[in-house]
Design a protein around this ligand. Sequence first.
Ligand SMILES: NC(=O)c1ccc[n+]([C@@H]2O[C@H](COP(=O)([O-])OP(=O)(O)OC[C@H]3O[C@@H](n4cnc5c(N)ncnc54)[C@H](OP(=O)(O)O)[C@@H]3O)[C@@H](O)[C@H]2O)c1
Length: 227
Amino acid sequence: MKTIIVVGGSKGIGNAIISKLVNSSKVVNISRTVPNLEHANLTHYSCDVIQENLPEIETADGLIYCPGSINLKPISRLSIDDFKNDFEINVLGAVKVIQKYLPILKTRNKPSILLFSTVAAKLGMPFHASISTSKSGVEGLVKSLGAELAPTIRINAIAPTVTDTQLASKLLRNDKMIENITERHPLKKFLNPEEVADMATFLMSDKAASMSGQVFEMDCGIVTFKI
Ligand SMILES: NC(=O)c1ccc[n+]([C@@H]2O[C@H](COP(=O)([O-])OP(=O)(O)OC[C@H]3O[C@@H](n4cnc5c(N)ncnc54)[C@H](OP(=O)(O)O)[C@@H]3O)[C@@H](O)[C@H]2O)c1
């Protein structure tokens, strides 16, 4: 049975991922709060990945890094600290966990890493300057490390559009906003965490053995189509 480290499995997309993975893998979750899930295959470490030392873990075949931010403001109101904070949680947190767990991943058969970008890295949208900058960094990391770690370790990212999680709750806080967001997408929908988790579990599996260095847009058409 594979062991997958999930950073950020207590909520949102990460929580949907651990709920699926525990059925077929051992899962080591790292987050500040405890996931509302109990399972024989699930181990939890309470840790702030930015502020604290990461836990020692003996073995892992995969690593998924979920923490991120949605900090939308006009450039005149974005402080340098906003940019630094977004870069820290989206990029440097991912770098920190990859550096920490790379030695144990390297010892395994077909290990894999998964990061999260956003559609806002490809699609220019007002007020997304900070998050777009940080997630473009995540995409750069995926490309560069994909080459550097080949053929031993695969690394990919999913770039979701709006997904119904706590992080996106401000964007989905009333029926009018939900309708507007639904209408803006050519497929007339946005994402739920479970469908992102399905993509994540596929990319972590050996079925995705030929894919590395890729950013998979789950965009409900918003980046791809102009209708
Ligand atoms: N939701 C969207 O609409 C959307 C759209 C595009 C991209 N994304 C990206 O998709 C990813 C997942 O998003 P989400 O909506 O599932 O986010 P979320 O609901 O905020 O969940 C984030 C997870 O990361 C953990 N986390 C955050 N900061 C942490 C820290 N310092 N140390 C340890 N754990 C930490 C949180 O747990 P604790 O609070 O317990 O620590 C939580 O389990 C993010 O990278 C986000 O940028 C999301």
